[in-house]
Write a protein that binds this ligand. Structure first.
Ligand code: HEC
Ligand code: HEC
Length: 374
């Protein structure tokens, strides 16, 4: 029933870097492995440890068809080692914190060894597991998708997705909840509201029935389901990554950029005020969340995207390409080519060097010492 939007492909790269793709595994389309993390190889077999589907798959390298598919190996298989002399595979599971031993010829589980205790608070660890997992029918169907496939570790895949309302650039989840409402359309204010997206795009059933839920921007939908709250707690725990310390030769440019950013003429801080560098969450006189058209909304684009929630500028260096549809491959182009009418702050008076300084300033914005990256 699925298209090929999210599917694992195994590619073999030779020493001379010519790439030989092994292609799709046609007979696994019904239950594809999800988020393969590591491979082990012997002469005729490729073993895949799949973090998102909790399984291990052995593929015949000659026929390229599966030899066996061991399901429910453990929570989040992340590493795999083959011991050819004993005919065993050792699989490390990240959330399960186990070493699972399997027979290399049949995939049968031989033993399990719990090797460590994860110090992550249990609710956040549970949320992280659900976030990366494609076996739970509440989130997806037939091991197809997980949140992590587009938001790896809560970051971005750098891709643009069309969910029926035009191409949209994947948004980082780091710091997202501190700047609620969520999405460019500002129609949700917590992860517990992600019902429509999960049903429509991921083919998941969701954790709560829609008629049991409050309006997305109304009373909270937290407290209805423990797993759903765990997913929310995990995403809430993701904070923007701190930038590296700027090299000393960049300090003058950053200071110059800071002056431009806060100047009345450029006007950036009106919509991107510190500390989060966004006005997301502020309301207009009618009590609606503030959104703007900064000249980037396209004619014919979905009505909900005619005005956009202002993104935070924290963690910007991880989020290229820029703008809601990913049209800007560099920061400089956001203020030049994509702002020819001065609708996105006033930038036409700025020299090439000014634009460089402004970009340096926003690239080195620091979320502050209280926030640490995970
Ligand atoms: C197929 C790719 C894809 C998958 C799967 C996916 N997302 Fe996203 N996500 C996106 C894109 C693209 C955006 C930006 C578009 C938007 O904001 O509407 C986004 C935006 C978001 C935002 C808004 C961030 C902000 O700061 O406004 C949240 C929250 C979010 N996703 C959570 C999730 C959760 C939770 C899951 C799993 C249930 C998930 N996403 C699965 C692609 C995906
Ligand atoms: C009127 C409000 C407003 C003003 C003024 C404004 N911005 Fe924005 N900014 C937005 C909105 C809304 C978006 C989202 C536009 C889009 O994605 O198409 C945005 C997007 C951005 C982005 C892209 C972020 C990303 O992750 O893709 C950057 C960078 C940015 N603004 C920096 C600035 C700077 C620097 C200035 C001053 C020259 C400025 N903005 C002035 C509202 C504003």
């Amino acid at each position: 029933m699925f298209d090929r939007s999210v599917f694992p492909v195994v590619a073999a790269v030779g020493p001379t870097a010519e790439q030989v793709s092994l292609g799709f595994f046609p007979d696994l389309w019904v239950v594809p492995p999800h988020r393969p993390r590591e491979v082990a190889v012997d002469t005729d077999t490729l073993y895949l440890a799949n973090a998102g589907s909790d399984d291990v798959l052995a593929v015949d390298l000659v026929t390229r068809f599966p030899k066996w598919h061991a399901r429910a190996v453990g929570q989040e298989p992340d590493g795999i080692v083959l011991d050819t002399s004993r005919g065993l595979l050792y699989v490390l599971t990240l959330t399960g914190q186990e070493i699972v031993t399997l027979s290399a010829s049949t995939g049968e589980i031989q033993s399990r060894l719990r090797f460590a205790h994860d110090p992550t608070p249990s609710q956040i660890a549970r949320g992280r597991y659900l976030f990366g997992n494609a076996t739970d029918p509440r989130l997806t169907k037939d091991q197809w998708m997980s949140c992590a496939i587009c938001h790896p570790d809560g970051d971005v895949d750098g891709r643009q997705w069309n969910f029926g309302d035009g191409p949209l650039d994947t948004h980082t989840l780091r710091g997202a909840l501190a700047c609620a409402p969520l999405h460019y359309t500002a129609h949700l204010d917590e992860i517990q509201d992600t019902y429509d997206f999960t049903r429509r795009t991921m083919a998941g059933r969701w954790f709560v029935q829609k008629d049991e839920m409050n309006d997305y921007l109304g009373a909270s939908n937290a407290g209805y389901n423990r797993d759903l709250d765990a997913l929310g707690a995990y995403i809430e725990s993701l904070t923007p990554k701190r930038p590296p310390s700027p090299p000393s030769e960049a300090l003058a440019a950053i200071e110059e950029g800071r002056k431009i950013f806060f100047s009345e003429k450029a006007g950036c801080a009106a919509c991107h005020p510190p500390p989060l560098y966004t006005d997301s969450g502020q309301e207009d006189v009618r009590g609606n969340f503030i959104r703007h058209d900064v000249g980037t909304c396209r004619e014919g684009e979905d009505e909900a995207l005619q005005l956009l929630d202002t993104p935070s500028l924290l963690g910007l260096r991880q989020s290229e390409p820029y703008l809601h549809d990913g049209r800007a491959s560099t920061l400089e182009s956001v203020f030049t080519y994509h702002n020819r009418e001065d609708l996105h702050g006033h930038t036409s008076h700025l020299s090439e060097n000014d634009i460089y300084c402004l970009s340096e300033f926003i690239c080195y914005l620091d979320p502050g010492p209280a926030q640490t990256s995970q």
